[in-house]
Ligand binder design. Structure first.
Ligand SMILES: O=C[C@H](O)[C@H](O)[C@H](O)COP(=O)(O)O
Length: 299
């Protein structure tokens, strides 16, 4: 059951989870909305697995985030017989735990550099299937596992389905940086690349709150930054949606800054994106421009 799998909470659902069930009890409409979003995630994940994870697929990439546990759940439902011959390549700590908890075999991309299919979540997807990823700070490994795959499929709930990037995902583009270069990269992103509100992503519950003037106001919320699975920091850079008419150009500009490890812009990579809708349908957008609306997978 999905409840036994660890789910990284992000966005508003995570906030609600942290706020506790008590507040949801007070407002049943909020609780219903959250469960609606969860069922949209599950619908997208189940449908994508049914369409793309076939018995002949032996090496499968597993993404990160709160939608991916439903991908693993559906794969487990395909049965032990088919899964015993498969190896699953994780995109980070959470994803590895999901694979292990589901009693599936885990492998590494250096051992399996050619992956049959990778399925992953996204923070926002535009009309050409370019994605913002890295809300969970996993985008470096996610991009490697997506690039290694013959087929890369994105799964998300309806809130991620955008015309243009940086429309519905306020934090903007995640940029993984080596720690000693973060100040230089942050200044360049703010002043030269065109994201004046870019910030270093700070951790929650990392330590005591240190007030200004002991800390600069920008860093006073917590005692430290988020550290990725690779030991790096993350900058979140919001851009005007007009700037995202050509996300590949923004990606290239940021990537040229020395100290940047990877940028959470996945351009021209996905073969299809599956969005679970509130009414039980799934919108499938294909890389060739086709869009389908279908009834979601049976659950
Ligand atoms: O670093 C995290 C990943 O890019 C996630 O795939 C992304 O944040 C989407 O996560 P979720 O499915 O929780 O919305």
């Amino acid at each position: 059951m999905i409840s036994s799998l660890p789910v990284r909470g992000v966005g508003e659902e995570a906030g609600l989870a942290e706020a506790g069930v008590a507040s949801m009890k007070k407002d049943p409409q909020v609780a219903q909305k959250v469960s609606g979003i969860e069922s949209s995630k599950r619908l997208a994940a189940y449908t994508a697995v049914d369409h793309h994870i076939k018995p002949e697929h032996r090496v499968i990439g597993i993404g990160s985030g709160s939608t991916v546990p439903y991908v693993v759940e559906r794969i487990v439902q395909q049965g032990q017989e088919v899964n015993k011959g498969r190896v699953f390549i994780p995109t980070g700590f959470q994803s590895r735990q999901l694979i292990l908890n589901a009693k599936l075999s885990v492998g590494d991309v250096d051992e399996y550099p050619s992956i049959d299919v990778t399925i992953d979540g996204a923070d926002e997807v535009d009309s050409s299937l370019n994605c913002i990823k890295g809300g969970g700070a996993c985008h470096l490994r996610e991009k490697v596992i997506a690039e290694a795959a013959k087929t890369f499929i994105v799964v998300a709930d309806y809130r991620k389905n955008s015309q243009s990037l940086c429309t519905n995902y306020p934090p903007g583009v995640p940029i993984e940086v080596v720690p000693f270069a973060y100040g230089k990269v942050l200044t360049a992103v703010q002043k030269s690349i065109g994201s004046p509100k870019a910030t270093l992503r700070m951790a929650i519950k990392k330590g005591e709150q240190i007030p200004p003037p002991l800390m600069t106001p920008a860093l006073s919320l917590t005692a430290g930054p988020v550290v990725t699975d690779n030991g790096h920091f993350v900058i979140d850079a919001p851009f005007e949606p007009e700037r995202m008419q050509d996300p590949s150009a923004v990606l290239r500009q940021i990537k040229l800054l020395t100290g940047v490890v990877e940028v959470g812009l996945f351009c021209n990579m996905a073969k299809a994106a599956y969005f679970g809708n509130e009414d039980g349908t799934v919108t499938i957008r294909h890389a060739d421009g086709r869009t389908e609306e279908i009834s979601g997978a049976q659950q």
